[in-house]
Structure formats: C-alpha cells, structure tokens
Design a protein. Structure first.
Lengths: 315, 178
C-alpha cells in the first residue's frame, strides 16, 4: 500500500521522509517508461490534467505535459496573465470553472506563495504545485534529489551546496526541506543580501564565499540569477556576480573530483555558471530534465491514486 | 485464520523442474525463448527456471521483469493504491517466444494487463503462460499453458506462494479467512 496518501502535492515542507522516498522510488519505476519504444502507459487513461500557469514557464509546463501524456492523460494548457486585483477570488473562480470541466488534476504555477494551497482547499481535484512565489517548487526539488540519488546512490550525509539567489528562490527552499529531511548536509552560498534572515533555522550552513561552498561539496545546485525579478539596483552587476560567485573550471579545481553540478535551468552562461562547467563532464543539467519527467509522472500518479481514497472516505 | 500447506520446498523444486522440461520439450530448442516474470514472485520463479534451463541446456535465456500496476483495470476503483515496482526488459521482444510467469492464476486480470504491457514492447512470435498455482475463478478468457498445480479454491480462501528470496521459506499455503 502507498505511504503517500495526499490529495495534493503543495510542498516538501509538510512531507515525511518516507513520503519523499516513496515518490523517488516510484519515479525510478516511471523512468523506464520513457525508454520504451512506445513511451506510454495507460495508468491515467481517461483523466484530464490541466496545467494552469499564471507565470510564464516553458520547461516546467512542457515537462508536466510530457509526463501526463506518457501516463495517457488528456492535457489542457491554460496560461493566464496575473491580474493584480482580487487575485484570490479570481483564482478560486478559475479553479472551480476548470473543475466544472471535469478536470481531475490541476497543476498550478502562481506568483503568490500559498496560491496552490488555497486552490487545493476549495477543490476536489488534485492540485500539484508547479511553483508558487518564493514559497516552494516541490517537483523541481524532487527531480534534483532524484538525480543526486541516482548519481551518488544515496542522499544521507551528502554535502550539498546551493548557490545563488536563496532569498527569492522557491527551488532553494524546496531543496532545503527535501535534502535535510533525507539527511543531507546543506550549505547555502550567496551575497549577504540574497540570504534570507533566519534561513539557518531550516538546518543549513551559510557562507558568502564560493570557494567554501565548493571545496567539500559532493554536489552543487546552482540557481539561476533572476536579475529581472527585482530592481536591478539590488543586485551586483552580472559580471561582478560571475567574478565573485560564478562556478568556473578554475574554482572547481579544488573541489572533489566527482562533484556533480546541477542547475534547474534555464542557465545563464557567464553569469552563475561558465559554459565549460555547464557542458562539462560533471554537469547533470540535461539529465535533470529527463528525470523531471519521471518524477512528475510519479507525482501525478500518486496524487491521482490518493484521490480515490478520498472518495472512499466520502461514501 | 486456518493455514494449510499444500506444497513443500521439495515439491516446489520438483514442480519447477517438471515445468521447465515441459517448456523445453515443446520448444524443441531454447533459441528465441525468453522468460518474463510478473513482479514480484513471478520474477523469482522466472529466475529459478532460467537456472534450470541453464543446467539442462547450457544456455542462459533472456529474463525480464514486468510490473503491471500501470496497466491494471482497477486503478480507478476504491482503495487500490498499489505500489509501482520496476519493469525491466533489456532485450528485443520482436519475434521472441515469450514465457510469461506468475505465481498464482486467479481472475486472469493480471495476465490481461501483462499481455497489454508486453505488446507495448514489441511483437513477440508467441506468448505462453506459466503459473505455479491455478486456483480457478477466472473472470476473463485466459488459461495457462504450463501449470504447477491446480488447486480448486473457494472465494474465502487465499493462496500464498512463498519463496525464500523474499519470504522465510519455500512453500505454498492455503489460508482460509474467517
């Protein structure tokens, strides 16, 4: 029997170690499907998955779309420009309208933290968080952890450094929750102003020195520097950032030989990562993309199964 | 709950040897024969049969594992929530003579799912079914080509094939639920 019994996947904060491990284990099974000649299984046949995206996204949306299609679900993509007024009301109304179309699973990305949770509370459909504000991006963290586990054989006691804009990153937050629950030692590295106050309470070490972040790490997760998100003045210049925090071949010389380089993409060559590192042997960036499909298939499958249990409760 | 042993470790060993001989007799050659076990116990039985074929013929026939969870017809029914295990078929199935292996044949629904999944991997020349126990109560037009033992059961009874790879010991038991 499944351990994961939730109707929704909203974040990794509320998940137990066992639930995370089950998602990873299930994803291992799903990875095989994409290697078949017929890359499809009938598990979600007759189900409808709606990708509801309030923020522009190509890779996450495409990844969810491919995942749903490989499970034989029907997929509908809805992109909505965030309207600034009455966001909450509009969101629930939109959700109810989508549910009235008999959607079974809603994958939502939203600029506001907590939007997926609010939607989940109001709908019977399964809700999967595809990124909400600065809060969480659980499937990205799960695919990062899946890739790391595949490469290193375990997560426990691994040293993982997350480098970049920690303050505004839902990817960082979800990774920290997931990695620490599975027993990894996490270090965050960024300029002082991009380290959110109180982050050490999540059980991570903090450094402002890139060498320190790289030296003893088994893996690094390099975040995209999102200069467009905030007033440009708040950030160091791009070149300045590359000089101080960019991950380059020279900086990796002192690192462990088998360090793995992760990045959620899309990468900014010459800002947070050099081209040589991004394309180098230690980079698993494209494998992360492949694994993302397996992880999202697992998540869609697991939430769809738990919904049935909810129905049982209601009967 | 009443438990009765039907087959012992020695019985299971002898039965598997007989079934393997039956396969080889029918096939005249183990060329083109592949074994596919259904997770979990079918895979262990398939491994044992692979070993026996090697002892007799000196050939290691290809072996695959099939998890049929994603092909089940009851995924949308109440409270199933099965655990997804691994499917692993690392060889070409086209024009192969597949021996599909499971521990117990009951409703036939697992086999239906397995047939659909195998077809997604290619077009085998033939598929035959081998089961350790056929307990009856079929709900689909499916029958086994090689049967270890036919055991007529009532709906209240449950058959467990226990294998030492995952269980404590080799045995087949019939359990009567109150």
């Amino acid at each position: 029997m499944q351990i994961f019994k939730r109707k929704d996947l909203l974040g990794l904060e509320e998940l137990s170690k066992e639930e995370i491990e089950e998602i990873l284990f299930t994803a291992e099974s799903f990875k095989e499907v994409s290697t078949r000649e017929i890359k499809k299984v009938p598990a979600l046949r007759g189900k409808t998955v709606v990708n509801l995206f309030y923020e522009p996204s190509t890779r996450t949306r495409v990844s969810f779309e491919v995942a749903a299609k490989r499970l034989s679900a029907d997929v509908i993509n809805v992109s909505i420009e965030t309207s600034s007024v009455k966001k909450g009301e509009t969101l629930i109304d939109t959700g109810k309208n989508i549910e009235a179309l008999k959607a079974d699973i809603i994958v939502i990305r939203h600029g506001s933290s907590g939007a997926p949770a609010m939607l989940a509370r109001h709908l019977k459909a399964n809700v999967v968080n595809a990124g909400d504000g600065w809060h969480e991006h659980p499937t990205q963290a799960l695919l990062d952890i899946f890739t790391l586990k595949e490469k290193k054989g375990k997560i426990k006691d691994l040293k993982v450094s997350i480098i970049g804009d920690i303050a505004h990153s839902r990817v960082a937050r979800s990774n920290i929750w997931g990695l620490t629950k599975l027993g990894a030692q996490v270090k965050v590295c960024a300029p002082k102003m991009l380290i959110p106050p109180g982050i050490e309470k999540m059980g991570v070490k903090i450094t402002n020195d890139i060498e320190n972040a790289l030296n003893d790490a088994d893996a690094v997760n390099i975040l995209r520097m999102q200069f467009e998100r905030d007033e440009k003045a708040a950030f160091p210049q791009e070149l300045e950032y590359f000089k101080t925090f960019g991950v380059t071949e020279e900086r990796l010389e002192k690192a462990k030989k088998d360090i793995i380089i992760m990045h959620p993409g899309p990468i900014n060559r010459g800002i947070e990562i050099s081209s040589a590192v991004a394309d180098g042997e230690r980079s698993v960036i494209l494998e992360q993309v492949t694994n993302g499909i397996a992880v999202r298939m697992a998540v869609l499958f697991l939430v769809s199964q738990s919904q049935e249990q909810n129905h049982e409760d209601h009967n | 709950m009443k438990t009765k042993r039907i087959l012992s470790q020695e019985d299971i060993k002898r039965t598997l040897t007989r079934l393997t001989h039956q396969i080889l007799e029918k096939k005249t050659s183990s060329d083109g024969v592949v074994l596919i076990g259904i997770q979990t116990r079918g895979v262990h039985l398939a491994q044992r049969i692979q070993t026996i074929i090697r002892e007799i013929e000196g050939i290691k026939v290809p072996l695959g594992a099939l998890d049929i969870t994603l092909y089940r017809d009851d995924l949308t029914t109440v409270g199933s929530s099965p655990v997804v295990k691994k499917t692993k078929i690392n060889f070409d199935l086209n024009d192969k003579e597949v021996i599909l292996i499971d521990d117990v044949l009951f409703t036939g629904r697992t086999v239906r799912a397995a047939l659909d999944e195998i077809m997604d991997f290619g077009r085998p020349k033939s598929i035959e079914l081998l089961v350790m126990i056929d307990r009856g109560h079929r709900e689909l037009p499916i029958r086994a080509d090689y049967v270890g033992k036919n055991i007529p059961t009532s709906a209240k009874e449950q058959i467990e094939v226990r294998l030492k790879e995952i269980d404590e010991q080799d045995e087949v038991v019939i359990i009567e639920k109150q």
